[in-house]
Design a protein around this ligand. Structure first.
Ligand code: URA
Ligand code: CA
Length: 434
């Protein structure tokens, strides 16, 4: 096979065969295909798109490019959840113990945060002692014993995707539906998921700004799942404001504990119940989403999910005393209120800007490998539609770097809009694609 022929075919809008795609991805992974040819092919895909069959073939070629995690020794249907990325998205911290408590094994390989979105591994590492990198055997042993294990995604998972993503980043080819869909699905499949629940975020704090775009991405991923035999369901959820009230690693762990203790933000709980009930249905632990929701609500109310969270933290060498005393989590040296400059209704909360402010405070990374401040972040004090009086706190900012307070305050003042008249609040759960 010749790369130039495959590029020509794609450029002309013809459908590539599974073999052609597999050959191209293998050659690129093995450093036998230069970046300039792969870049030309990516640009042809960007303009011509891919059929569902091609997208599925690309997904499997990338999934097969490295290690395939085999979870067959672990009984039960392994259902993974993936979010396309948002702000104050603490769902994984809540759902992992919650769904595990309901009897669906949770085998998660998660990433670190980059830019204005956080990463589950960083959040877990805010827990004193927590070990977020498990050897494969330890991962499987914990799964067998506790029904839950979370580890950082190793470079051995779908290496073709990592290499392609770096190239896409510098060739203006990130924003292609088949490339995004195959990138996400290849990592889930290589990580051993039998079935997948996707949380596709829509709004100003998300990759997809409109419902129409989000539906197209969701359908692309659900179709891949169907074609490769990994049943996939996607829920579209709103990201026009931070989902929970906490942004930042320690603060989000605290919010997850509060939710599992029967308190916590209504919107975060709602999205967790919606995603979790789908996970229970796919995992065979509930007949309908409504049954799943009842079961999960029970596991919160009777604190069994909180107990599972403690078991999980202890199993990965963390200090589960944080469940009784969240003051044992790392605390920031500087705390400052951001107050309303006038009275009125909250009509817009720019989630991306708030995520950016949290990153600047030290909660996230501007570049790969940057050290973060797990205690840094933002605790929101208002939600869309709420009426606030002049001087009322809109948010509380936390950091260990005093010089960061002023800029964060300015960004937050800009990000939160207050008007005399209330606005229409967008629905939280926007749709389902299955
Ligand atoms: N997230 C991914 O994992 N891949 C993409 O291409 C975009 C978002
Ligand atoms: Ca369908």
């Amino acid at each position: 096979m010749h790369a130039a022929d495959i590029i020509t075919k794609k450029r002309n809008g013809e459908e590539l065969s599974e073999n052609e795609i597999a050959w191209l991805i293998q050659a690129y992974t093995d450093d036998k295909l230069p970046d300039y040819q792969m870049a030309a092919w990516l640009m042809a895909v960007f303009f011509r798109g891919m059929t569902d069959r091609e997208t599925a073939a690309l997904t499997m070629a990338m999934a097969n490019s490295g290690e395939q995690v085999d979870l067959s020794q672990v009984p039960g249907i392994k259902v993974d959840k993936h979010s396309t990325g948002g702000v104050a998205d603490t769902t994984t911290l809540v759902l992992a113990p919650l769904v595990a408590a309901a009897g669906v094994p949770v085998a998660k390989m998660s990433g670190r945060g980059l830019g204005f979105t956080g990463g589950t591994i960083d959040k877990l590492e805010a827990i004193p002692g927590f070990k977020a990198t498990l050897e494969r055997q330890e991962f499987i042993a914990n799964l067998q014993q506790y029904g839950i294990a979370v580890t950082g995604q190793s470079a051995a998972i779908a290496p073709a995707d990592g290499k392609l993503y770096s190239l896409r980043d510098v060739t203006a080819t990130v924003e292609s539906i088949p490339l995004i869909a195959s990138s996400i699905m290849s990592k889930k499949i290589a990580s051993g998921a039998d079935k997948i629940v996707l949380d596709v975020k829509v709004g100003n704090g998300a990759f997809m700004k409109t419902r129409a775009d989000a539906v197209i991405l969701a359908e692309a991923m659900v179709n891949i799942g169907r074609l490769v035999g990994r049943e996939t369901v996607a829920i579209l959820t709103n990201m026009d404001q931070p989902l929970g009230m906490a942004i930042g690693n320690s603060l989000e762990v605290k919010e997850a504990i509060e939710l599992l203790s029967g308190r916590g933000t209504a919107a975060l709980k709602e999205v967790c119940l919606e995603l979790g009930s789908q996970m229970l249905v796919l995992g065979g632990q509930a007949k309908t989403p409504a049954d799943g929701r009842r079961l999960l609500t029970n596991l919160i109310d009777n604190r069994q999910a909180l107990a599972k969270f403690g078991e999980f933290i202890t199993a990965q060498q963390g200090d589960s005393a944080i469940l009784q005393d969240t003051g044992k989590l790392p605390q920031a040296g500087f705390v400052q209120k951001v107050t309303a400059p006038c009275q009125g209704y909250i009509t817009a909360v720019n989630a991306a800007q708030i995520g950016y402010a949290a990153m600047r405070l030290g909660a996230g990374r501007e570049y790969k490998g940057q050290t973060i401040d797990v205690a840094a972040g933002i605790q929101m004090q208002c939600r869309l539609g709420q009426y606030v009086s002049c001087g009322q706190p809109l948010a509380i900012i936390y950091t260990n770097d005093k010089s960061k307070l002023k800029q964060a305050d300015e960004i937050l003042q800009q990000a939160i809009e207050i008007k005399e008249q209330p606005t229409v609040i967008p629905p939280l759960i926007i749709g389902l694609v299955d």
